[in-house]
Design a protein around this ligand. Structure first.
Ligand code: ARG
Length: 476
């Protein structure tokens, strides 16, 4: 990064060659650096070049540029792209942003045709276009990661439709569920996350180009053509709105926040489950680290870090919302601040999803320990109440009867299934020998919840099958 001035224009040696015409003194060096964005907006050079190629192609189509000028511009931009990708491009702070860096280099390479590229365009519609293209590409990359993770969850769930664990409410043992069913809850959360991104993509995929600075342009432009070249679904309908609003970025960040919220909840469960107190699952060593002082430690760093990173994505969302709220129409320099929070959220979500997509399929459930835990904590108490209801007892009375049986179990340190038939019958003579196999075993409990959305293994198997079909449709 250098701060050299544009020496090709001696009359403006100290001011910007891109806009210095009306200025009589140089920009303060600190101000130049303070107002620049090239340090971070060079990240979307690819989208900037694609936008410029489409713009120039449209200008040639409507006769504002000659075919020769258009070809020189396209070739020049492609060469610049190669320079950037080879690490040979000199990004200059005095040229403020990615747009002026590339345009200036283009003119340096191809001369007068380069100076014509910005005809009928402003950096205001240019940056609004670039950032939409960039967010659109990132949404596609994130959707791929989500799909990979969702498939990983389905694979693990399919192997665990018969693995029984305690289900919790208030983090207290509630009722037995299958591990497959629990994993399918994760799957549902993540499917909604994908749906939100797919929906957000539609509103992101509108083209600002043609709005120019704010009011449109005097040239006979063909916006629909440029939009088609760039794969936009439609043009933005209002020029003032198109250069100004960043609501698509906020919407993206809101969707990203929800993804992180879900990953954080999943992380929290994995952190609990891998603890010595639960021991429900093992995370392979490659996703964990040790302690420099305590030799026995294997820490679930990846889920912990993702739980922590959730906060910064929420912070990014607040930055963007606050950035937008006070702005009058149309473009304001404030909007330059949209980039870093957006990039931070994108990087964080991508990294987190990448880690999860690798880690989740590698989880190893401790099937026996899960089962043991489900046997503790009276997880089949509701089943006993339901058993009594089916034998003619009103639910509230059944609840009371089972409560007393649980109290006996607590006193004797026994699960309901470990009490004798005689002991159980002292609370109700409607309890018969079939109670063990019909209500008190873990299998009876989960098998009985045999309806769509329930935890019965047969239902979870069917849900997994439907899920594969849903994914195919979702990402078609
Ligand atoms: N670097 C600016 C941004 O990121 C580009 C648009 C600047 N437009 C202007 N009129 N100063 O928003």
């Amino acid at each position: 990064m250098t701060t050299s001035s544009n020496s090709s224009n001696p009359s403006q040696a100290q001011t910007s060659g891109m806009w210095g015409g009306r200025f009589s003194e140089a920009t303060d060096a600190f101000v130049a650096e303070f107002t620049a964005s090239v340090q971070f907006d060079q990240r979307f050079y690819k989208q900037d070049i694609a936008g410029s190629i489409a713009h120039a192609t449209m200008l040639a189509k409507v006769g504002v540029l000659t075919e020769q000028e258009r070809n020189d511009i396209v070739n020049g931009l492609n060469t610049i792209k190669a320079e950037i990708e080879a690490g040979n491009f000199e990004w200059r702070i005095d040229l403020e942003d990615v747009h002026m860096n590339i345009e200036s280099r283009l003119t340096q390479r191809i001369g007068i045709a380069g100076k014509k590229l910005h005809t009928g365009r402003s950096r205001n519609d240019q940056v609004a276009t670039d950032i939409r293209l960039y967010v659109r590409d990132e949404i596609d990359a994130i959707l791929q990661l989500l799909e990979k993770l969702q498939n990983g969850i389905l694979g693990l769930a399919a192997k665990n439709t018969n693995t029984i664990m305690p289900g919790f409410t208030h983090l207290q043992t509630a009722q037995p569920v299958t591990f497959g069913h629990h994993l399918m809850a994760w799957f549902e959360m993540l499917v909604r996350d994908s749906e939100r991104l797919i929906d957000c993509r539609k509103r992101t995929n509108r083209m600002p180009l043609g709005s120019a600075a704010l009011a449109g342009t005097t040239y006979p432009i063909d916006r629909a053509y440029t939009a088609e070249l760039l794969g936009f679904e439609a043009v933005a309908e209002n020029s003032l709105d198109a250069v100004s609003d960043r609501d698509f970025g906020i919407e993206f960040n809101a969707a990203a926040s929800l993804i992180m919220m879900h990953l954080s909840r999943m992380s929290e469960e994995m952190i609990l489950w891998t603890s010595a107190q639960f021991k429900f699952v093992n995370i392979p060593d490659r996703f964990c680290t040790g302690s420099s002082i305590m030799p026995q430690k294997k820490n679930p760093d990846v889920p912990e870090l993702i739980r922590g990173k959730t906060g910064r994505v929420y912070g990014d969302l607040m930055s963007l919302l606050t950035l937008m709220k006070g702005q009058p129409l149309a473009y304001n320099k404030d909007n330059q601040e949209d980039k870093e929070p957006l990039f931070d959220a994108i990087d964080t979500v991508r990294g987190s999803l990448m880690a999860f997509a690798d880690m989740i399929p590698a989880l190893v459930p401790n099937i026996e320990i899960m089962r043991e835990a489900a046997l503790r904590g009276f997880s089949t108490a509701t089943d006993l109440a339901d058993y009594l209801v089916k034998n003619g007892v009103a639910f509230r009375d059944a609840h009371e009867i089972v409560g007393k049986a649980v109290a006996l179990g607590v006193q004797e340190s026994k699960d309901l299934s470990e009490l004798s038939l005689e002991q159980l019958q002292q609370f109700s003579d409607l309890i018969q020998a079939d109670v063990f196999e019909k209500a008190l075993t873990l299998e009876a409990s989960v098998n009985a919840r045999n309806h769509i959305g329930g935890t019965a293994p047969a239902q979870v198997e069917a849900a997994i099958e439907r899920a594969y079909a849903r994914l195919e449709k979702l990402y078609a």
